[in-house]
Design a binder for this molecule. Structure first.
Ligand code: NDP
Length: 392
């Protein structure tokens, strides 16, 4: 029986609120707080259990501290934007509340994904006896847990890790992103990077691609090498890994639109003057693009996200693949969201459940692969993200 405060009422916050509400024996009291209270109220209206809502600017630490002090949650589930991470961690430290998020901190003026800033909170969380769980979405999140599970049950040593993220869904719009457009476009337009034999190798955006044959009828699709934040924590906590890469599918249509937007400067994150006003082109573009939450009823098809792992077990080389397939339509029927928000929101709820039930506990700042993967894997099967594994 625990009180929890969810911050952020976007696509992911919508799913987290619905999924926490489905488990009253763990989440006995829920508050959804965000910058725009009407969005919290709209989400609350769609949930059968009563949940409280509040307006908060999570970048304003004193304002957040006073909301936390009045509601007294045991933990915060941060599904606002990566820019808020450090402010929310500061407020957690000040109020003695545990913390969870789904994406690592990024400075507003630089698209740089890196755990450095949040790992620096290690001593402060430890001293206060508080836990911060970083990256409890799907990727990062489930992909870290998949890797820990593979290590625990299938390998004596992992040599190579390929995380492969496929969205084989279609929303019928000429161009839209499935989660926050600003965060999504910053991620895919930066240089790629992968880990090889102790070094990070930088690539141009989308420079490397190949075809991967996805299971269960999804079939072959082009996958592109990107940098993704879980690579940093996974090679840190599993230093035996020699090569780690992240791949994502993109349609030709998406890439063509992105190229044009880049060419005309609309993906820039530095301010430009327009009629005497500073405008950040990417933020302006976000205002023009469809709200990812509005894609729910339109999106058809499935996602398939998994880890392809090569290593050694009992002296023999082994190839192993573990994945989840999630249907956009089924996610929409259950909670009114497409699968991208669903596959992020469900693991955020499960991560919170691990913390509140004491299955995962500790003082300090943690990544998902540092805990026993088994209870989390079990809950994925129960709460809407069943997984499968194959030895190749
Ligand atoms: P949205 O843009 O849909 O939602 C973000 C929400 O945060 C909005 O409700 C927004 O308010 C709110 N917000 C923004 N700034 C503040 C602030 N200063 N104070 C309070 N609330 C604020 O994003 P998504 O739901 O798509 O994504 C949420 C998070 O999930 C992101 O960090 C994203 O990177 C992460 N993510 C992680 C994935 C994973 O697998 N690990 C995959 C996909 C997303 P308003 O409504 O007023 O704009």
């Amino acid at each position: 029986m625990s009180r929890v405060m969810i911050i952020g009422a976007g696509g992911v916050g919508h799913v987290v609120a619905h999924k926490c509400a489905q488990v009253p024996e763990v989440f006995s009291d829920i508050m959804l707080a965000s910058r725009t209270k009407s969005k919290c109220d709209a989400i609350a209206a769609g949930i059968r259990r009563p949940i409280q809502t509040a307006q908060v600017d999570a970048d304003n630490v004193p304002e957040l501290v006073s909301l936390i002090r009045s509601y007294k949650p045991e933990m915060i589930i941060n599904v606002a934007l990566p820019y808020q991470d450090l402010h929310i961690m500061d407020a957690c430290l000040e109020t003695g509340v545990h913390y969870l998020d789904t994406a690592n901190y990024e400075p507003l003026d630089e698209a740089k994904f890196c755990y450095k800033w949040q790992w620096e909170y290690q001593d402060r969380f430890k001293e206060k006896g508080l836990m911060a769980l970083l990256g409890s979405g799907f990727d990062p999140g489930v992909t870290n847990v998949f890797t820990a599970y593979a290590k625990k049950h299938h390998f004596d040593r992992i040599d190579e890790l390929d995380i492969i993220d496929c969205n084989a869904g279609d929303h019928g719009k000429p161009f839209a992103t499935n989660f926050n457009p600003e965060i999504n476009i910053r991620e895919v337009t930066q240089n790629g990077k992968y880990y090889s034999e102790g070094d990070w190798v930088e690539t141009k955006p989308m420079e490397f691609f190949k075809t991967f044959d996805f299971p269960e009828g999804i079939g072959p699709k082009k996958i592109f090498l990107l940098y993704h934040e879980e690579l940093e924590s996974l090679v840190h906590h599993l230093p035996e890994i020699k090569k780690a890469r992240f791949w994502m599918t993109f349609s030709d249509n998406y890439l063509n639109h992105l190229k044009v937007l880049e060419n005309v400067g609309l993906t820039r994150i530095d301010p430009v003057k327009y009629n005497g006003q500073d405008i950040v082109p990417l933020q302006f573009l976000k205002a023009l693009l469809p709200d990812p939450a509005s894609l729910g009823p339109l999106t058809q098809g499935r996602t398939c996200i998994g880890c392809l792992i090569r290593g050694v077990k009992d002296g023999k080389e082994k190839n192993y693949y573990v994945y989840n397939i999630c249907s956009h339509e089924e996610a929409y029927t259950e909670v009114g969201s497409q699968a991208i928000s669903y596959t992020t929101g469900v693991p955020a709820m499960i991560g919170a459940m691990m913390m509140l039930t004491g299955k995962w506990k500790g003082a300090g700042v943690f990544n998902m692969e540092q805990f026993d993967p088994d209870p989390f894997m079990e809950k994925l099967n129960i709460h809407g993200l069943p997984w499968k594994e194959t030895i190749l």
